[in-house]
Design a protein around this ligand. Structure first.
Ligand code: ZN
Ligand code: MN
Length: 458
């Protein structure tokens, strides 16, 4: 088989559980982790007849915020719909979701690799829905915990723009970082607050032209395979690679892969058939009669302000701090680390100016210390800066010269010396600064302090 004859076509469906205080349509607590099963439920999220859902305002706002961060167009009119299917984790027999009028459409995420390579992947829609209960299998029995039932879920659907599993992985990592910057979800794959289902099909390139003639609108393959139960970015890549191989083998035999939903077995590294895929018609969607449609004015949509997002921050680090792409990228993966870097860097610049230290590319040097964990990130900013100063200074000290300079500074600054002897701690830093300036920073601060201490105390 020649892989060049086949083009993988991959799209994604991602579910993000929002970290609102209460559930999507009732007042129940949303934080279910580690809680006693079925302790956070009410008639609404248990789907009892006659219970009326009331949408969570925060969840709607956060969905708009997230959709804006994904460069989507926010729709002025949006509504909820009932999506029917029967499964024990869904007590109502339908999920409240959104069908033809989602909160947002037509967005994209830009992913960026080192060496300045950037790629853009389109997002088809972003909508809001509710989570289901959780099935717990114990031997022969299956138990149901409804604490998760009715939690707000944002569903993000991409266009089938991906051809490589690497790009899918990078896209998902970028999405996770954006969500965490916005602080609207933990977006944790292992805990299930971020879930994803890739859909994969293979286009035979040789027949592409022929196909275009017969069906100009749709040149995508006539089937797709959706893969579920993937709980890490590494597995998503493995599952896609496995599916691509599997489907190419079927096509090589002159057959067509079946349209179906498959599960992923991470232990065996394979996918397996679960069920044939439903079409939208099977869900018998219709407008949710208990919830009025949502209308958002332009002013309301504009009022939602975005914070600085990881990509913008990355660009700023390249421009303002002249960082290398690698460190700029790694630092901006975690907002807390990026904030820490900026605080340390600011402080470091002031301190080294005071001490007349000359360190080339000092922002890059600080970035390296943080990325390579040369200094514990548990230190506070001041402690970190002090350590950084000792680490970044040139190591060889001319002891004789140091003693000479200290003599000179001590005679020239008698007041500072007596201040320090009288307990003014700042006076020492002043003297250190004078010595550093005289030596043009070519000495370790630690040694200057040691030497000065010996001299001033005697
Ligand atoms: Zn409830
Ligand atoms: Mn969904």
């Amino acid at each position: 088989m020649d892989k060049k004859d086949y083009l993988p076509i991959i799209g994604l469906e991602i579910h993000i559980e929002l970290k609102t205080k209460s559930k999507m349509f009732c007042q129940c607590q949303a934080d279910f982790f580690g809680k006693e099963p079925n302790s956070q439920v009410c008639p609404v999220c248990l789907g009892l007849p006659g219970a009326l859902p009331v949408p969570n305002k925060k969840a709607v706002e956060w969905t708009i915020l997230l959709a804006k961060a994904l460069n989507c167009q926010i729709n002025h009119f949006s509504k909820f719909d009932r999506k029917h299917y029967f499964y024990p984790d869904l007590p109502k027999g339908y999920q409240i979701s959104q069908y033809d009028q989602p909160i947002a459409n037509n967005g994209f995420i830009k992913i960026y690799y080192e060496k300045g390579l950037e790629k853009k992947f389109r997002i088809r829609r972003v909508h809001l829905e509710e989570d289901t209960g959780k099935l717990i299998h114990q031997g022969e029995e299956t138990l149901i915990d409804f604490n998760r039932s009715g939690l707000p879920l944002v569903e993000i659907v991409t266009e089938p723009d991906f051809n490589k599993s690497e790009d899918v992985k990078r896209f998902l990592e970028e999405l996770q970082v954006i969500i965490r910057y916005l602080d609207v979800s933990y977006a944790d794959m292992e805990k299930g607050s971020m879930r994803l289902e890739p859909n994969i099909s293979i286009k035979k390139l040789k027949t592409q032209n022929l196909k275009l003639k017969t069906n100009e609108i749709d040149n995508l393959p006539s089937y797709k395979v959706e893969v579920k139960n993937i709980n890490s970015f590494r597995f998503v890549k493995q599952a896609i690679d496995y599916e691509v191989e599997r489907q190419i083998k079927i096509l090589e035999k002159g057959e067509m892969p079946k349209q179906e939903t498959r599960g992923y077995d991470s232990k065996k590294g394979i996918t397996y058939s679960q069920r044939s895929k439903e079409e939208a018609d099977d869900y018998r969607y219709f407008p949710e009669p208990d919830i009025p449609p949502m209308v958002f004015s332009s002013q309301e949509i504009e009022r939602t302000k975005l914070p600085e997002l990881p990509y913008q921050r990355y660009q700023r680090y390249l421009k303002n701090f002249s960082l290398r792409q690698q460190e700029a990228f790694l630092l901006t993966r975690d907002k807390k680390i990026a904030d820490f870097f900026e605080e340390v860097n600011n402080k470091f610049q002031t301190q080294s100016q005071k001490l007349s230290l000359k360190i080339d590319n000092s922002s890059q040097a600080i970035a390296n210390l943080i990325v390579n964990k040369k200094i514990s990130l548990n230190l506070d900013v001041n402690q970190f800066v002090n350590k950084a100063i000792t680490l970044l200074l040139p190591k060889k000290t001319d002891k004789e010269l140091l003693k000479k300079v200290i003599n000179k500074i001590l005679t020239e600054n008698k007041k500072a010396v007596s201040d320090y002897q009288n307990g003014k701690k700042n006076a020492l830093m002043f003297l250190v600064g004078q010595v550093m300036r005289e030596l043009k920073g070519k000495v370790e601060v630690k040694e200057v302090i040691e030497e000065l201490n010996i001299r001033v105390r005697s």
